[in-house]
Design a protein around this ligand. Structure first.
Ligand SMILES: Cc1cc2nc3c(=O)[nH]c(=O)nc-3n(C[C@H](O)[C@H](O)[C@H](O)COP(=O)(O)OP(=O)(O)OC[C@H]3O[C@@H](n4cnc5c(N)ncnc54)[C@H](O)[C@@H]3O)c2cc1C
Length: 433
């Protein structure tokens, strides 16, 4: 849809305030700033959460290296005033009437659109394992990371006055999934529990050797098996040196109040069972009849448009073809940001009647941190480990944080964290979050 001749404003609605939606809204606002200010274009961001969550820093929030508020920034601070914010959950879209229904705390709103950007992402897969929702932990959805952060302090506190068997359970954690996120989280939780014990001299004196204990359950025979072998070997060596127990070729079968049951029937008594088994794509009612891939992602063309007129998609919710023809893009933050920026540019082109440009980003890299200076990742497909990988990740994360001010505050926090690599934990803000 080009410039509207009927003097009715062009209505652009973005669903989702994650990486893809936020960057799309910012790009549209930048490209169409004059038209937004004159009222020719109306831009609305609909988000279930009123803040943007920077999931990349999840492990560092657990270890206390990044303050929680640096990984969770209010959306109001990230968008120009011309963008209307609507905080609530989009419950349905009507592709014929071109409307989205949004459930807000003030009631149901129906929002009309000419262009709708679907960037509702993915959510913790909490129903794949029996008992996970009731007794387990995950970290992506709203409030879960904050709750886990508090929980890890509480188990250490409770362990201080417990008998040895209960202390053993409280200071044992199980992480399911030995991909990049799970391996990173296992290392972070072990470090955090060790810090919690060290901060309590009575507990430190009482704990049995081998505690705190972290068990990493992985269904393959290699960690981070989707990365080059050198990266997997490096991660396996560091995990082993750290004292993390890996149960290769095992799956988490169930979670109870007592701990984790594995697929061989064995029970690991544990007060903390974390799932890093992946995410479920958010399904938006009203889009079911559109093309989806086998993971449930909305299929788009090279311009990030779906088959429905005026409907665009990007990020984890979308299967966007790679420029080199090697299949759809990976679901991660870097790709979601690139989708968002490109979507924003193409929506602005569509509104102003210009030709759309195909998505051309070819990827950059990815990495996990298994501790300061211990990165495990790849850059343009080449394995990168140790300090180079860790520094690459650190620089890229700060570069891609949505607020320069918050990125500077985060970087300053890291620089105050001396002497390296020994730890000086600062977890101010964790309790308040
Ligand atoms: C623990 C963890 C660590 C990670 N670490 C990394 C990393 O180091 N590097 C990396 O590249 N990737 C990482 N990822 C993956 C990355 O977080 C995702 O790929 C990324 O979040 C996808 O961005 P998105 O914008 O598509 O969706 P999301 O970030 O999921 O954002 C979707 C947004 O839409 C909102 N929403 C959902 N449903 C609705 C609705 N119906 N109505 C309105 N709003 C809705 C959500 O509240 C959210 O704000 C990590 C993920 C996790 C869980």
């Amino acid at each position: 849809m080009g410039t509207d001749q009927s003097h009715r404003p062009v209505r652009v609605v973005v669903l989702g305030g994650g990486y893809s939606g936020l960057w799309a809204a910012r790009r549209i606002a930048r490209r169409l700033g004059g038209r937004l200010r004159s009222g020719q274009v109306l831009l609305t961001l609909v988000s279930a959460m009123d803040h943007h969550a920077f999931h990349g820093w999840t492990a560092e929030v657990i270890t206390g290296d990044v303050r929680p508020e640096h990984a969770r920034v209010p959306i109001d601070r990230l968008l120009p005033a011309e963008v209307t914010r609507l905080y609530g959950e989009a419950t349905a879209v009507d592709l014929g009437d071109r409307t989205a229904t949004v459930q807000t705390t003030a009631g149901t709103r129906v929002v009309r659109y000419d262009h709708l950007v679907v960037a509702v992402g993915s959510r913790d897969a909490r129903d794949r394992i029996d008992g996970l929702r009731a007794h387990g932990w995950s970290v992506k959805d709203d409030g879960h990371l904050q709750a886990l952060n508090v929980h890890l302090g509480e188990v250490a506190q409770a362990a201080t006055g417990s008998d040895p068997a209960e202390r053993d359970r409280l200071l044992t954690a199980v992480v399911a999934g030995g991909g990049l996120a799970g391996t990173e989280m296992a290392a972070a939780i072990l470090q955090r529990l060790r810090d919690e014990v060290a901060a309590r001299p009575a507990l430190a004196a009482a704990v049995a050797p081998g505690l705190p204990r972290v068990v990493l359950v992985h269904s393959h025979d290699r960690l981070v098996s989707d990365m080059p072998p050198r990266v997997g070997d490096y991660a396996a060596r560091l995990v082993c040196e750290a004292g993390i127990e890996v149960r290769y070729d095992h799956r988490l079968a169930a979670v109870t109040a007592d701990g984790a049951t594995l697929d061989d029937g064995g029970l690991v008594r544990s007060a903390t069972v974390l799932s890093a088994l992946g995410q479920d794509v958010v399904r938006l009612p009203g889009t079911e009849h559109l093309d989806h891939d086998e993971r449930g992602r909305l299929v788009t063309d090279a311009f990030l448009q779906t088959a429905a007129p005026g409907l665009w998609a990007g990020g984890d919710v979308a299967a966007v073809p790679r420029a080199d023809g090697s299949g759809p893009c990976r679901s991660d933050a870097l790709w979601a940001i690139s989708h968002g920026k490109h979507l924003g540019d193409n929506v602005a082109r569509a509104v102003t009647g210009r030709d759309l440009v195909p998505f051309g980003f070819r990827g950059l890299g990815r990495a996990a941190s298994l501790g300061v200076g211990r990165g495990a990742g790849e850059l343009y497909g080449y394995p990168l480990v140790g300090w180079p990988s860790w520094l690459m990740r650190w620089v890229l994360f700060h570069w891609f944080m949505p607020s320069r001010r918050v990125a500077l505050a985060s970087a300053a926090g890291w620089l105050r964290r001396t002497p390296w690599p020994s730890r000086r934990v600062s977890r101010q803000g964790a309790a308040a979050s």
